[in-house]
Design a binder for this molecule. Structure first.
Ligand code: SF4
Length: 271
């Protein structure tokens, strides 16, 4: 559709599918000019620079100038293609918070930011499958951001590389609290969603979060995703994770147990 409406636009796909298929996605979706796999924080700058070069100079001259290096990979099905490789930020605290003001209104005047704040992250009205114990009005306004990226486990069905995979990283409690305070002051946030792959990857960090919530008198509740075995104290690294999270204001944890059958858990690499 985009290619039909604006034929000369530079189309790039990222995220889970792009990260899993890489060059394969260029065949799977031939309308794309480029695919960007893994995390996008650094490579997005190069993507925008390349798009500007192509727009100003045209494809032929942009390619001949060498400015599309190192991600230009030649022609595929008669069209030039690029394959971008994202990397993991060394320090997640160095990244700025998302600027939600960009969502204030869309081009047709729709109040996107208001819609985003007023719909719970997990609920029937959010149209996701999560079972929740609350009334929607008790968990809005909400905002969302990840508190960690990546995961050290290797479940065979999981596209965790899109958030760093084995190069997992966590934001500090100080960084998270600064964002929540900002969102409370600006948007009256009452609930924060952390849709991490596995937020209990370093469980002890929730203790510091609890201290800071207390210190700042924050009455914001939050929810996240992690593993059942980590919460249930079945792992060597586990540390009263559930208690620590609850002390820090956590009221919701989403799990994907996948199966209760040991052979199935073994087969899918659940660990
Ligand atoms: S534990 Fe969760 S996030 Fe980690 S690899 Fe398995 S499914 Fe993916």
């Amino acid at each position: 559709m985009v290619r039909k409406i604006v034929p000369n636009t530079f189309l790039v796909s990222g995220g889970g599918l792009a990260t899993e298929l890489k060059i394969g996605q260029l065949s799977y979706t031939p309308e794309l000019d480029a695919v960007a796999h893994s995390e996008g924080d650094d490579v997005i700058v190069k993507i925008v620079m390349d798009a500007m070069t192509i727009k100003r100079q045209g494809w032929k001259s942009a390619i001949a100038s060498g400015k599309l290096a190192p991600y230009y990979i030649g022609d595929l099905n008669g069209r030039p293609k690029l394959l971008y490789e994202g990397d993991s930020p060394r320090n997640l605290d160095a990244l700025p918070f998302a600027d939600l003001e960009f969502l204030r209104r869309d081009i047709d005047g729709n109040p996107l930011l208001d819609w985003y704040l007023r719909v719970p992250i997990w609920s029937t009205s959010a149209n996701n499958s999560s079972a929740v114990p609350w009334q929607d009005e008790d968990v809005v306004p909400k905002t969302t951001s990840v508190s960690s990226r990546g995961c050290k486990y290797h479940c065979s069905y999981c596209y965790r590389e899109t958030q760093g995979g084995d190069n997992w990283g966590v934001r500090s409690a100080e960084h998270i609290v600064a964002e929540i305070i900002h969102n409370v002051e600006r948007y009256g946030e009452r609930f924060h969603g952390f849709p991490d792959d596995n937020s209990a990857i370093r469980p002890r960090r929730f203790d510091r979060l609890a201290e800071l919530f207390k210190q700042h008198g924050l009455n914001v509740k939050w929810g996240t995703h992690t593993r059942l075995d980590e919460m249930a104290g079945l792992n060597k690294t586990t540390y009263q994770t559930a208690e620590s999270m609850a002390r820090a204001g956590c009221t919701y944890v989403g799990f994907g147990p996948e199966s209760a059958s040991p052979p199935v858990l073994e087969a899918i690499g659940k660990g």
